[in-house]
Design a protein around this ligand. Structure first.
Ligand code: HEM
Length: 210
């Protein structure tokens, strides 16, 4: 993050056109689908592998300021469904944020298991691959879980790598490291998918320049 030790109140001027200011996140804006997936999750008798169908909407949000800090970003909602099923078996929402001044990417995620995390990484504005991390116990890129998860499935870390592919698709590869009660070894709950755009993003029509 930038060193804002001086003036912490004066806000910079933001460009209302979010899509022009998303750095490496620009290529992720829109509505996407993917079936080239693999989820490795925990079962009572060992790892379970599951293909899933994903639909993720990443829509531009209006610029945000924290005093001198300026953030552009996308709000997202993701739904993962087992092939042929109706129920969403993994639901996730949050933001992908970009701070141009420090070339920082921030990913917030909330899942209805009762868990929330914030992962941070650095990338150039034209990067086609970047990695973010969250660590249990950190107050800036941390993980917060409800008491049962802390007791039985303690999440130690979360890492996500994003690749923007030359054909316009993008892929992620993520690793959530869990300590399962009664098991000495960490468990790598991994997920990956490749997403194909099915609709362009929808900017806020009221934020257009006159
Ligand atoms: C595509 C993404 C993901 C899918 C499809 C998915 C799916 C699953 C499934 C099927 C389970 C086992 C459920 C059970 O037997 O109770 C599970 C467990 C778990 N997942 Fe994920 N997951 C995903 C991403 C994540 C992420 C990003 C996190 C956190 C950063 C996370 C945290 C957990 C935790 C803590 C558990 C253990 C809780 C439990 O088993 O009850 N998952 N996940």
């Amino acid at each position: 993050m930038a060193d804002h030790a001086g003036d912490i109140f004066t806000e910079p001027e933001a460009d209302p056109d979010t899509l022009r200011n998303l750095g490496p996140l620009r290529r992720m804006a829109g509505l996407w689908e993917g079936m080239k997936s693999l989820d490795v999750n925990l079962g009572p008798n060992g790892p379970r592998r599951q293909v899933y169908h994903e639909r993720i909407a990443l829509q531009p949000m209006d610029p945000q300021t924290n005093g001198p800090q300026l953030l552009y970003g996308l709000h997202y909602v993701a739904r993962m469904v087992k092939p042929g099923a109706v129920a969403t078996y993994h639901h996730q929402t949050g933001y992908w944020l970009w701070e141009p001044a420090t070339e920082t990417v921030i990913h917030t995620l909330t899942i209805p298991r009762g868990q929330t995390a914030m992962a941070i990484g650095h990338a150039a504005a034209d990067a086609t691959r970047f990695e973010l991390r969250a660590e249990r116990g950190s107050t800036v890129n941390g993980i917060c879980s409800l008491p049962f998860l802390e007791l039985a499935f303690r999440t130690e870390s979360f890492r996500i790598e994003v690749t923007l592919n030359p054909d316009g698709t993008w892929s992620y590869d993520e690793d959530t490291v869990l300590m399962v009660r009664g098991r000495p070894e960490p468990f790598h709950h991994t997920d990956r998918n490749t997403l194909t755009r099915i609709e362009d993003p929808t900017p806020n029509p009221r934020m257009r320049r006159p």
